[in-house]
Ligand binder design. Sequence first.
Ligand code: ADP
Length: 617
Amino acid sequence: MKEAKQKKKPAYSMGSDVLFLLKTAWKTTPKLFFWYPVSMLLELGMPAIAMILPSRAIALLQVRASFTTLFWEITCWSLGLLLCGAGYVGLTRFTDFAYLTFPRTKMSRMGCLKKITTDYPNGETQTFLDLWAKIGNYLYTNNAGSEEGYRVMRRLLTGLLGLLFFGAVLWGYSSLAVLGVAVLTSLGFLSRRAANQWEFKNRDNWAPFDQKMIYIREEAGNYRFAKDVRLFGMADWLSDLYDSFQRLRLHWANKAGKIAFLADAADCLLGFLREGAAYGLLLWGAVKGKIDPAAFVLYFSAVGNFSNQFLACLTEFSALHRVHLETADYRAFLDYPDIFRQEGGKPLPKAGRWEFTLQNVSFRYPGAKQDTIHQMNLTLHSAEKTALVGLNGAGKSTLVKLLCGLYDPTEGEILLNGTPITEFNREEYYTLFSVVFQESDVRAYTVARNVSMDKEPDKEKVERCLKLSGLWEKVESLPRKMETKLMKYIWHDGVDLSGGETQKLLLARALYKDAPIILLDEPTAALDPIAEAELYEKYGDLTAGKTSLYISHRLSSTRFCDRVLFLENGAVTEEGTHEELLSRRGKYYELYELQSAYYKKSKSIEQGGKANETVLA
Ligand code: ADP
């Protein structure tokens, strides 16, 4: 549960990240490795021909070549230029559309998979959430790292090849010009790199604002929240909140902009010095008669090209550095430590006996000042129907999450049939539970899939479970029966269920899973009294032979259970049957009396106007 400490240094080296991107491309779109080199040669062919052509024309004129020779040579070079230009443009467009989305979509899929399979507590850990916010752009936009990274590598390699080619040409005239251009261009690059590094080091300052803005944007699109937004008049508040986060975010964007501007200005100044000096050297050579007109034109063009390629290399290297930082974040997200056992593990106990023992179990939420569950010792007997009751915040739901392995205790151990549950493969362990959580909800699939939570529902079983949970009649009345899609705002032919109907569907889902342990957290909170009474009556049959835990804050709803546990401040303070607890006249009794007095009063209100008046007075 400890938050993994985030290092400022990227988790991987640039070489390792480049290799990672290349391997991903090799697995998803190997043809890229053929077409990219072709497009690089075509791209480089353009400035090379553009440099050679005028120099060749002058050389031919100098030796008074015939018109035909001149015509054919210039036509051939021009056709080469045309082919390179058209081939390069066509090929880069084609590779972008046909190949480049494959590695990105694979990386997006892996990112989503990590998000939905990581240890449950990671999902509320700030470092993990910050990484998730940071990699959003990297994975989901065309011009960001996971796609642009390949273009950057192509441009960088093209630049390096160009650098060698034009550098070799220029070296023929002056090694000093080559070195001078290289040194001044490198200084410009260093200033840009410093700006990049500042941005990387400071990204943690704005990631939390991005995270919060994402949350507000998602809430704005959440139809289930739409009623509250309107009735509580929350639109202004939410939009102000969004603005305030955006202001804080912009504060950092402005700082980053100023630093980038300074780096660019330094780079431009150095560029001016660089090219001025190189052209000066060339003019001096021409004036002194060291080079003829054809060579002058060739070197003049070579200086520009060498300088362009050098700049392109450094710019693309900077861009690659940025891609590396983003890729390192993405990989750090994929590597985010999972401590639950996900591979191997002891075999699950054989069917028939499912007994839990809690030994000195304490649990504290990260950052909380006190334990939510404190030093709990408890046995849930096999095939026993246990009720867990207590006031809000007593720790009932937390105990359910500990039992089904969503959290690990911060102290002590939970044993299943004598084996610590941490020794089982967590994914296999989850198969033992049919759970209805308070926050469980329907998803935008068909009714049948909402019950089976599977691609291919067993329709007869779905029907059986819907009948048991009391939702079958409603499903029969829907336009496409159990094939009706839920969530109207996603599907134009979808339907929405009421709160009580949703709870019945969630119960059907738990029954469909047919796991040996049933944990129901307030499964009747939204049911009408008839449906609630029906569930109580059926509860014995639904849980026959299973170990079950029924959570409620309604003390009267526990009579059908074998044993009641009364939870207070994270500890079981009273336990026994409902009658035993009443006769003990402790806290359970007090609260039961309080609740039943309210119900009695409500009943008398329904029965006579006098009582009504008394209460309303
Ligand atoms: P109950 O189900 O009995 O109403 P819970 O187990 O949901 O109680 O919550 C017990 C306490 O733990 C509450 O004080 C609640 O604020 C806190 N709590 C619950 N979930 C979290 C969480 N994810 N992070 C931090 N605190 C939590």
